[in-house]
Write a protein that binds this ligand. Structure first.
Ligand code: KDG
Length: 326
C-alpha cells in the first residue's frame, strides 16, 4: 500500500457497534446477576486498536437516537476515534449483545440486533465524504449479514473507496448466528475481489474454499484479486502471502486466555498500523509480528478492546523490554 499524500485519516471503518453486556461471573448467562457494560463491534474494535497505536481512525456506523447510541458514540470519541460522520436513526434502536463465559473455549454470544439502526444501512447512505482525506478502508463480513441492503452497501463502499485511490482490507469475520451458510459463502466470496488485503482465519478459509493446504488458500485467494492475503492460524501464528513471498510467523506467548472475542480485530489493527508505514523490505514481516502480538494481548483481557496497548507499550513488548510497574 502506498500513502495518499495529504491524508488526514489513516483508516475508515464501517460497521455496527453494539452495547456489550458482560457477566461478572462465569457460568450460564441465565444465572448471571451482575454485568459490566461496554461496547463492541468488530470494526470499531479495529478503529480503537489503531487509535491506541497512534493512527487516525474514522468509524462510520448507524446507531439509534437512544441512550445506547449515546454510549457508543461517547466511548468511541473518548478513545479518540472520529465519529463525526456516524449517523443516528430515530426510527430504529441501537443493538445490544451479551457474552457468556463458560470457563472454557470461546465465549458464547447472544445478539439483539435484528432491525437495529445499523441493519438499515443501504448503498444510498454511502457518501464520498466518508473517504475524504483517508488512506485506507477496512470492512468485515459482519456488516453484509445484518440487513437486506447491507451487503450492497459494503460493496458500494469498497468500490467508492478504491475508485478514489484508497486501499481496502476485508476480514470475513464469519458469524454463523447471523445468516445461512450458503448466503454467507456466496456473499463473502463476492467481496474478496474488491479488497487489496484479505484476512481470513484458517476455519474461514476452509468454509469459503473447502479443505486445502495453507499455501493453496494463499494462492487461490490471491488469484481472486487481493494483492496480499494473511491467514490467521490462531495458536500457530499467521502466514502471509504477498507477491512471490510466503512468510510464516510464530505465535506470541499467551500465558492465559481470558476472552478470545476481539482477537481478530486486534490482529487487523496491528497489521494495518504497520501497513500504513512507508514500504520497505521488512514491512511485511513487521506487520505480521505486530498483528500477532496484538492478537495475543487481546485474548488476555476481558472485553474486545479494553486491553489493547498503546504504541509505546507494544514497542516495549515487541523488543522484549519490561514495563516498570512499581
Ligand atoms: O470481532 C469481535 C466482534 O465479534 C464483537 O465485537 C461483536 O461485532 C461483533 C459481532 O458482530 O460479533
Amino acid at each position: 500500500m502506498t500513502a495518499r499524500s495529504g491524508a488526514s485519516v489513516d483508516v475508515v471503518t464501517i460497521g455496527e457497534s453494539m452495547v456489550s453486556m458482560q457477566p461478572m461471573s462465569e457460568g450460564p448467562l441465565a444465572y448471571a446477576p451482575l454485568f459490566t457494560r461496554t461496547i463492541a463491534g468488530a470494526e470499531s474494535n479495529v478503529a480503537i486498536g489503531l487509535t491506541r497505536l497512534g493512527r487516525k481512525a474514522r468509524w462510520i456506523g448507524r446507531v439509534g437516537a437512544d441512550p445506547f447510541g449515546d454510549i457508543i458514540l461517547s466511548t468511541l470519541a473518548g478513545e479518540g476515534v472520529d465519529v463525526s460522520l456516524a449517523e443516528r436513526d430515530p426510527s430504529f434502536p441501537t443493538a445490544i449483545y451479551f457474552k457468556e463465559f463458560k470457563g472454557y473455549g470461546d465465549p458464547n454470544v447472544y445478539y439483539y440486533r435484528k432491525g437495529s439502526a445499523a441493519s438499515r444501512l443501504a448503498p444510498e447512505h454511502v457518501k464520498p465524504e466518508w473517504f475524504e482525506g483517508a488512506r485506507h478502508l477496512h470492512v468485515t463480513g459482519i456488516t453484509p449479514a445484518l440487513g437486506p441492503h447491507t451487503a450492497d452497501a459494503v460493496r458500494e463502499a469498497m468500490r467508492q473507496a478504491r475508485s478514489i485511490g484508497l486501499t481496502v482490507s476485508f476480514d470475513p469475520n464469519l458469524r454463523r448466528k447471523l445468516w445461512s451458510e450458503e448466503e454467507a459463502r456466496r456473499t463473502l466470496l463476492s467481496l474478496v475481489p474488491l479488497c487489496d488485503l484479505f484476512l481470513p482465519g484458517l476455519e474461514e478459509a476452509e468454509f469459503l474454499l473447502g479443505e486445502r493446504t495453507e499455501e493453496e488458500y494463499g494462492q487461490l485467494f490471491r488469484e481472486m484479486g487481493p494483492k496480499t492475503v494473511v491467514l490467521k492460524l490462531g495458536e500457530r501464528g499467521a502466514i502471509g502471502f504477498e507477491e512471490d513471498r510466503t512468510l510464516r510467523v510464530p505465535p506470541d506467548r499467551v500465558p492465559r486466555i481470558v476472552d478470545t472475542v476481539g482477537a481478530g480485530d486486534a490482529f487487523a489493527a496491528g497489521l494495518l498500523s504497520v501497513y500504513l508505514e512507508p514500504e520497505d523490505e521488512h514491512r511485511f514481516e513487521r506487520a505480521l509480528r505486530t498483528a500477532n502480538a496484538m492478537g495475543a494481548l487481546a485474548v488476555q483481557y476481558r472485553g474486545d478492546w479494553e486491553g489493547l496497548p498503546k504504541a509505546a507499550e507494544l514497542e516495549r513488548l515487541l523488543s522484549g523490554g519490561k514495563d516498570v510497574t512499581r
